[in-house]
Design a protein around this ligand. Structure first.
Ligand code: NAP
Length: 285
């Protein structure tokens, strides 16, 4: 019988571990703090922000939201970012992306302080993922994939993992993180030939395609473990993954649902990164 891998137990376990770490930091008079910089009020940013604020509160992490107008100039945005970079009480910075056109991400990603960059925006943190340098702050969604697999005792060593998608947000970093766990990784994309044939070689398949329920049972090896990163909202407001759960569930041995799967783990990774940044900034192990 297929095992559905829910995200909540993974997030709860990470939160419990963070709470202990925050308690210990508070004993040293240090309170971890996340500053969020949001431009405008895009509904999906607002939804993620509400989830993040709730998770930080549960974990004992302080928060501050800088809500900026949609038409803010690049100079004004950068002065807010520099203020947060220099704020001694802030240990983590989350900037919602994509930013409006007048704010050049190419410039801003070099302005955010890498030590406080809890969402892996800075090229320094991106490079650390590729180098396997554990002092970096990993991106939330790829880290949620790894934590979910580990939580459900999936041994990655020597496994054939197929990742469908090669974006810098999900596909590439998750592939590097799987490689670090000693998996043998195949990265597929829109130009991959015979995708069904390649994908169905995977002991584990990670779907990060951005196409509503594209991955059906033809892409899955019998008894494979399927991790669905996709978030697609249909015209009725219902959320679906990149995997056709109903079609795949009897062929896979384990599968993450959408919603209630990998997406539920991301805010706990964010909290974990704030605590990690806080400890590193304060020279603690
Ligand atoms: P993206 O930037 O659109 O990248 C999609 C990737 O899939 C690209 O590499 C693209 O290939 C590949 N692709 C597209 N169509 C394909 C096809 N027909 N066959 C094979 N490969 C195909 O998307 P993303 O930002 O990586 O996000 C992926 C999914 O994860 C989306 O559903 C997104 O909503 C979701 N997501 C979830 C979270 C979360 O917290 N759970 C966070 C971020 C994103 P090319 O490179 O060749 O174009």
């Amino acid at each position: 019988m297929t095992n559905t891998l829910l995200g909540k137990p993974v997030a709860d376990k990470i939160t419990d571990e963070i709470k202990i770490e925050v308690k210990n930091l508070k004993k040293k008079n240090i309170t971890p703090k996340l500053s969020i910089i949001r431009v405008g009020s895009n509904p999906s940013d607002m939804a993620y922000e509400r989830g993040a604020l709730k998770r930080m509160e549960k974990s004992g992490i302080e928060t501050k939201v800088h809500e900026l107008p949609e038409d803010i100039s690049e100079d004004d945005f950068i002065s807010v970012l520099e203020e947060v970079n220099n704020d001694k009480d802030t240990h983590g910075i989350l900037i919602f992306r994509p930013l409006p056109k007048q704010l050049r991400e190419e410039k801003i990603k070099y302005t955010i302080l890498p030590a406080k960059d809890v969402d892996c925006f800075s090229p320094v943190n991106v490079a650390k993922i590729f180098e396997g340098d554990e002092s970096g702050l990993p991106p939330a969604t790829p880290a949620a994939v790894i934590e979910t697999l580990k939580h459900y005792d999936v041994d990655l060593k020597g496994k054939n993992v197929v990742v469908v998608g090669r974006s810098l947000v999900v596909g590439k970093p998750v592939s590097m993180m799987l490689l670090k766990e000693n998996a043998t990784v195949t990265i597929c994309h829109s130009k991959t030939k015979e995708l069904e044939k390649v994908a169905s070689q995977g002991d584990i398949l990670v779907a990060a395609v951005g196409r509503d329920r594209m991955i059906n049972s033809k892409y899955i090896k019998k008894d494979a473990i399927v991790i669905d990163v996709g978030i697609n909202v249909d015209s009725n407001g219902n959320m679906h993954g990149d995997v056709d759960f109903e079609d795949v569930k009897d062929k896979a041995s384990m599968i993450t649902p959408v919603p209630r799967g990998v997406g539920s783990v991301t805010t706990s990774i964010l909290a974990k990164n704030v605590v990690k940044a806080c400890k590193q900034i304060n020279g603690l192990k």
